[in-house]
Design a protein around this ligand. Structure first.
Ligand code: PLP
Length: 344
């Protein structure tokens, strides 16, 4: 791949393709302890051919962003929540967790090392960060690794929606993404490999992505691709699924708080039956990559549920989006503890 420098990038044209920045963070767990991590200048890793990552899918990841403010500061959004979620994912997969404080310090270090790659304020672009943890070293029996690699790669990404938010249409899938006591709560690599086929099937039929139902009864909404679902009722309730097999999103947790405290809605986690989708005036998907993806419609068998409009974004969905993006880019006062400025 041809390498570009930050001054060669047209930030307003940026998409979601990987652009090498040349600097990543890397740390190894060996001989029973985490070795001191550092910034490295390579994008490849040595993985043992007999590693539990390759054979047993013993790996997990995180997704987060760094933003540049109007005052030209660089800031990150609630990184300790990603750090804690990765600890939880690691425990579920019998991996050695990377400590929360070390994770947060590594985020600051990797952002500082890549500060010229954080897109300018106003471009709508940001620096995407992908922390990962994987089981390395030879292990021929079906057993967890004894060596681990923790790393963070970064790449600048454009806004998900160029020219503003617009609604997308989704299809309810027949596939399950997770079992009730399986790995749905963990950001485990294998969950996503298992979902590709559902996503491909939905896209082939012209939908944006697949929506998964709860794996036990197939009557309740669980997740929208790799994002959490929300619906807003005409009487001002913001509802998002409560289930042991969904990923506890940081965007979801933040929007629950903002819906209640900044928009004055009643924000709840509850069961969302697919045959009661008519109750919602607006609906959307939420996650770090797109922040909010408005949902224009959901198709279930031969029934289509339409929310607000198939071409226009609902007013409360738009308000929630503006509130969260405003906080992330420094234009709106954040709730206490949500923002950390990176000392560059
Ligand atoms: C990452 C992810 C989300 C969103 O989590 P955020 O912390 O908000 O980015 C939701 N669902 C799934 C399945 C995910 O992998």
């Amino acid at each position: 791949m041809e390498h570009v420098t930050p001054d060669q990038v047209d930030w307003t044209k940026l998409g979601f393709d990987y652009i090498p920045t040349g600097k990543s963070f890397r740390a190894e767990f060996k001989d029973g302890q985490w070795q001191e991590g550092s910034i490295v200048n390579e994008a490849t890793i040595q993985i043992h051919e007999a590693s539990p990552l390759i054979h047993y899918g013993q790996g997990c990841f995180e997704g987060m962003k760094a933003y540049r403010t109007k005052e030209n500061k660089i800031q990150v959004f609630r990184p300790e929540l990603n750090a804690q979620r990765m600890v939880d994912s690691a425990h579920r997969l019998a991996m050695e967790a990377y400590p929360v404080e070390d994770f947060v310090r590594a985020i600051h270090q990797v952002v500082k090392a890549n500060k010229d790659w954080v897109p300018p304020y106003g471009s709508g672009a940001s620096l995407y960060m992908r922390p990962y943890l994987l089981g390395n070293g030879p292990m021929t029996t079906v057993a967890p690794a004894e060596e681990f690699v923790f790393g963070i790669y970064v790449t600048p990404v454009g806004p998900y929606f160029k020219g503003g938010l617009k609604p997308f249409n989704f299809l309810i899938s027949d596939y399950d993404r997770a079992a009730p006591k399986g790995t749905g709560r963990a950001k485990a690599g294998g969950n996503y490999a298992a979902g590709f086929i559902a996503s491909q099937a939905a896209k082939k039929q012209g939908y944006a992505d697949a929506i998964y139902l709860d794996p036990l009864t197939h009557t309740k909404i669980e997740e929208v691709g790799a994002a959490n679902f929300f619906g807003i009722t005409p009487d001002g309730q913001f509802i998002t699924p409560d289930s042991p097999s969904i990923l506890p999103g940081i965007t979801k947790r933040s929007l629950l708080w903002l819906a209640e405290h900044r928009l004055g809605l009643k924000a709840v986690e509850g069961e969302i039956y697919v045959d009661q989708l008519d109750q919602f005036a607006e609906a959307g998907a939420m996650g770090t990559a797109a922040v909010i993806t408005p949902i224009g419609s959901i198709t279930h068998g031969d029934h289509e549920y339409v929310f607000y409009s198939k071409d226009e974004v609902g007013p409360l969905t738009l308000k929630l989006y503006q509130e969260l993006v405003g906080i992330q880019t420094g234009d709106i006062e954040p709730p206490a503890g949500w923002i950390q400025v990176v000392d560059c």
